[in-house]
Design a protein around this ligand. Structure first.
Ligand SMILES: Nc1ncnc2c1ncn2[C@@H]1O[C@H](COP(=O)(O)OP(=O)(O)OP(=O)(O)O)[C@@H](O)[C@H]1O
Ligand SMILES: [Mg+2]
Length: 479
């Protein structure tokens, strides 16, 4: 449960905030003077500090500087009645996470607090790497999580993380959804020299196109309609820290150019701003897309790609490292049994066989959810295969609500099973056969779906009508 420290001499506001946070299930400590707060901070661990700028005994900025000196990682949100731009900027320069102008509304308060608590967790929860035994004490330790990997491929990845974490180079992490890209980004941060500085994650897929620029670079008050206060962007907030750009392929084209410039020159400009601002950030990017393909179709800039992929870490899908499945399952079992206050439970022989045979299109995330569910569904201490709720065989019908990425993962999984057999029979034009089989199937289904309308079928497949015509001709007349 998160623990919030409120520092404010306004007893009415403290009362309101205390109730507001307690209702959300947080622990709250309140201090009415700066001195009292400075005495409390080293003694307890707080996840977030809300600080009134105007304390009677110590000036807000001095207070902030002192808090940062004692406890650098806990996000501080400054509350001020004077919504001046200068103060906001001064505050953020001193390392405040954000500021709120009194009187603030509950929605703003909730949003900023939720965001700050997520940052707090990402910065403080250490990602441990290792194959040692997983102890009960580690299972209940909320300050660390483990990245599990016993097979050769993951061992290579751990080695790579160790080699590059401390070097200040950009890293591009690729891999299907759920393979652990975010975990790698956090491991890199925790093992870097910047680990006492901010780690800020930006999910590029979650930000509307027209807000990207101001989210990354910030904006001045009045820069556009609705910009009613100066906003310090993520890059500036992250100065000397690590910026994690998740789902980088979703970055709007205009912002890609500006990000490239920022990385090259080490400076940014706020939207509506009056000049460049120096920033020093290490960028770690992640994507589950094939960026080279995106470059070919014009969706991603080649020059930015080269800038980001100084070092790449490619996470293999779980079905290609099945040797890790039992270890991951053990780890999740220990963690969830501890989390739900249950005695340690174990997998039955048949459950383990089922887990290792399944193709895991959702990768480690799917396995994690599967084990969580099984722990909750099982009464005794042995988990039968029936509690796993995964399909028996890959031939079971696909659920209708899978998205494209999941369906492509299923297709790849099926090919992974078949290809090793085919590759045992060399010299039979395998490449040409495969391409033909896939293409013919795709064209046939598309034409069926469009009542043989070639224009519509071509659009569905994302090819030109001429290409479709050529392919059909080739099918009818293979010579
Ligand atoms: N090797 C691992 N050991 C332990 N837990 C893991 C491992 N890999 C992933 N996880 C867990 O699986 C879940 C998914 O991992 P993560 O969010 O890092 O994946 P991702 O590649 O970023 O996925 P997406 O592309 O969907 O964002 C998380 O809860 C993470 O802690
Ligand atoms: Mg992710």
């Amino acid at each position: 449960m998160a623990h919030i420290l409120i520092i404010d001499d306004d007893e009415g506001l403290v009362h309101f905030l205390r109730r507001f946070f307690q209702r959300k299930g947080y622990d709250v400590t309140a201090c009415l003077t700066g001195r009292e707060a400075l005495a409390a901070i080293p003694k307890q661990s707080f996840d977030l500090i809300l600080l009134d700028y105007k304390m009677p005994d110590i000036n807000g900025l001095d207070m902030l500087a002192e808090i940062r000196r004692i406890e650098i990682k806990t996000p501080v949100i400054l509350m001020t009645a004077y919504g001046t731009t200068d103060l906001a900027i001064e505050t953020m320069k001193l390392g405040a996470y954000d500021y709120l102008t009194k009187p603030f509304d509950r929605k703003d308060l909730s949003r900023i607090v939720t965001e700050a608590l997520a940052v707090n967790r990402q910065m403080k929860e250490r990602v441990r790497i290792g194959t040692g035994p997983f102890t009960a004490a580690e299972a209940v330790d909320s300050r660390s999580i483990r990245m599990v990997g016993h097979g050769k491929q993951m061992q290579e990845i751990f080695k790579r993380i160790g080699q590059v974490a401390a070097n200040d180079v950009p890293v591009l992490i690729t891999g299907e959804s759920g393979t652990g890209k975010e975990l790698v980004a956090r491991a890199l941060y925790h093992h870097s020299h910047r680990n006492d500085r901010p780690f800020i994650a930006v999910n590029c897929a979650a930000i509307p196109d027209n807000l990207f620029e101001s989210e990354l670079f910030g904006h001045e008050r009045g820069a556009f309609t609705g910009a009613d206060r100066t906003y310090i962007g993520k890059m500036e907030r992250c100065d000397h820290g690590t910026l994690f750009l998740d789902e980088i392929s979703e970055l709007a084209p205009g912002v890609q150019a500006k990000l490239l410039r920022a990385l090259q020159e080490g400076e940014i400009e706020r939207v509506g701003g009056s000049g460049p601002i120096k920033v020093d950030v290490r960028v770690i990017a992640a994507t589950n897309r094939n960026l080279e393909q995106e470059i070919e179709t014009g969706g991603f800039r080649k020059d930015l790609y080269w800038r980001l992929k100084v070092i790449t870490i490619d996470l293999p899908p779980l079905r290609r490292r099945r040797e890790d499945i039992p270890h991951l399952a053990d780890y999740f079992l220990a963690r969830f049994c501890a989390e739900y206050n249950r005695p340690q439970c174990y997998l039955s022989e048949s459950a383990l066989t089922k887990l290792t045979a399944y193709s895991w299109p959702g990768n480690v995330r799917e396995l994690e959810n599967c084990i969580r569910r099984a722990v909750l569904l099982t009464a005794g201490d042995v988990i039968p295969d029936g509690s796993l709720m995964i399909p028996d065989a890959e031939t079971e019908p696909l659920p209708g609500d899978l998205d494209t990425a999941q369906l492509m993962a299923r297709l790849r999984a099926m090919l992974d099973d078949i290809l090793p057999q085919l590759l045992k029979r060399p010299g039979q034009g395998l490449h040409a056969h495969l391409v033909e089989v896939v293409e013919t199937a795709a064209i046939t289904h598309a034409l069926d779906a469009c009542d043989n309308n070639q224009v519509q079928a071509a659009a569905l497949l994302g090819i030109s009508r001429n290409t479709l015509r050529q392919r059909l001709k080739k099918q009818q007349d293979p010579a």
